[in-house]
Write a new protein. Structure first.
Length: 252
């Protein structure tokens, strides 16, 4: 993926990684449209960042995705990059179904069905562009589980395999598939995460991502150094140790 000259739509980019990445890409000369559910928040973002496009979209609602896709393609026919950023993370206790089922269903709807529906809504248009990219967003937790977020871990593992599969299917088209694999980043994805000293500062994460996009444009996965501990535990042969360390059960 080239670092400049693109027209990108990033649903789920009204805060956190999505908004920070949108602004960094805009600063590099790209046309960027962000999507979110709250109209008033979109209006504030547009006022604070002139030139940044906004579209209302609820990625849990198939009708909203279809309406937003029609709007974006009509207003920005040069669109060539879709970043499926929207996602939620929930702490769950699976000892009793009444404590986790609703949460788990919401996570799967947002994190798995959302990207699937977004890609379905945009892939036909993207195939008409001479150089297009779908950017999926998984997580280091797709490869090493955090005990308290089982549905989130599973949803991101699904996104990883979806990305691998789509890359194979779309190899005969102009559409590339790139997977962004974040570690824990200081955002509001979970309560208190923005202040977690063990999470990667948001500015550092986005700066490293932009450097990787610029220097390694053909990579299939965008992996900052911090995520490789989780990403490659099984390949290194220390998976059990990585799981124990992540979940605070490491006896060392």
């Amino acid at each position: 993926m080239d670092i400049t000259g693109n027209t990108l739509f990033i649903p789920g980019a009204t805060s956190g990684i999505g908004l920070a990445l949108a602004l960094a890409l805009k600063d590099r000369g790209n046309t960027v449209i962000v999507g979110g559910r709250r109209t008033e928040l979109l209006e504030k973002i547009a006022a604070a960042h002139p030139g940044l496009g906004t579209v209302r979209i609820d990625t849990t609602d198939p009708a909203s995705i279809q309406a937003a896709a029609k709007d974006v393609i009509a207003r920005y026919p040069e669109l060539n990059v879709l970043v499926t950023m929207a996602g939620v993370m929930r702490v769950e206790d699976w000892h009793a179904p009444d404590t986790f089922l609703e949460s788990a269903e919401n996570v799967v709807t947002t994190n798995v069905l959302g990207p699937i529906r977004l890609i379905a809504a945009f892939v036909e248009h993207l195939r008409t562009r001479p150089d297009a990219t779908i950017v999926t967003v998984s997580s280091g937790l797709a490869f090493t589980p955090l005990k308290v977020t089982p549905s989130y871990n599973a949803s991101k593992a699904a996104i990883h395999m979806l990305s691998e599969s789509l890359r194979l299917q779309l190899a005969d088209t102009s559409v590339k598939v790139v997977e962004l694999v974040p570690p824990s980043v200081q955002t509001d994805l979970l309560p208190g995460q923005a202040e977690n000293e063990h999470a990667m500062p948001l500015g550092e994460f986005v700066a490293e991502v932009m450097t990787l996009l610029e220097t390694r444009p053909d990579d299939r996965e965008i992996q900052v150094e911090r995520v490789k501990f989780l990403r490659y535990g099984e390949a290194r042969g220390d998976y059990d140790q990585v799981v124990a360390t992540l979940n605070g059960t490491d006896p060392h």
